[in-house]
Ligand binder design. Sequence first.
Ligand code: NAP
Length: 327
Amino acid sequence: MKTYHWATLGCGVIANQLAQAMQKDGRTLYSVANRTYENAVNFARKYGISKVYQNIQELFEDDNVDIIYISTPHNTHIQYIKEALKHGKHVLCEKSITLNLQELEEAKKLADQHHVILAEAMTIYHMPLYKKLHEIIQSNALGELRMIQMNFGSYKEYDMKNRFFNPSLAGGALLDIGVYALSFIRSFMSSVPDNVISQVKFAPSGVDEQAGILLMNQVGEMATVSLTLHAKQPKRGMVAFDKGYIEIYDYPRAEKAMITYTENQCQEIIQCGNSDDALRYEVYDMEQTVSGISEEMHLDYTFDVMAIMTKIRKTWGFAYPEENQQS
Ligand SMILES: NC(=O)c1ccc[n+]([C@@H]2O[C@H](COP(=O)([O-])OP(=O)(O)OC[C@H]3O[C@@H](n4cnc5c(N)ncnc54)[C@H](OP(=O)(O)O)[C@@H]3O)[C@@H](O)[C@H]2O)c1
């Protein structure tokens, strides 16, 4: 397989993890672009990256770049995605990939026009543990899927300097952590849950602070989601079938699950992969997809999840400043 040249647009918390993942595989990012040039220079020095762009536009125009990893705040994704795709670059963009379904549809159209891959960096789709669990489910050892329970809670300060509660940086629990819970659910359900109801409580800044979501698809598979950005909850997923249930610990980057077979009360621990290698798995799957070897990025699920989140926010009457400008 060709050695792809990766560039990062953004050099914050998660971009550091990408650079470290590359290092672990004995590679480096090809180049870095960032809003604040000095931060890009420091990032490049830290990871031995040889190319730093003076401005972000230079990145899109660099013929040597194959794949652009975007890790800026949610509301800035679409402009960068579009520019990258127009220049024929493959794009791996951090979650949530766009603000809403309309933006995602625009981006996909461009990706198709330019024959490049567009993908969301959703670690759940790439961790070996989930791949193993899907094999077990496919073997019918657990029977039919009935119910999924998902919790995700982080305690974040009401601090407008970070992106979590800031509406101008597309903060809020749904786009920041709800996207993980919904992606998890979508990957286990046999079809999109198109029947959705929810409750929300807004933060003082006006973004969604906590929510309860109830979902069901056409065959009656159901899921409940409990989200909060202002209280810690164990990141635990539970997937119940008619012959047993799976408890998944520390998702999204899970490496351990326990299956309880209810007919005989036998329990089986499944340990697979390594949380610390989440971004390595993601990079590997992106390259498999870009090279045409196999499709591993699940943009179809990304679409389903974005459609659900867009619909939910509509029922809350909650729009981001950019969306008010669009309408
Ligand atoms: N942190 C995590 O564990 C994590 C995990 C998974 C996914 N993500 C996702 O990754 C993305 C970034 O998260 P992060 O935690 O890495 O954020 P972060 O540490 O705050 O870094 C944000 C990056 O975006 C740049 N930036 C900020 N505002 C910008 C703007 N208005 N226009 C252009 N660039 C801007 C910053 O550049 P400056 O140097 O100029 O400030 C910085 O490089 C989000 O989509 C998030 O949901 C994060």
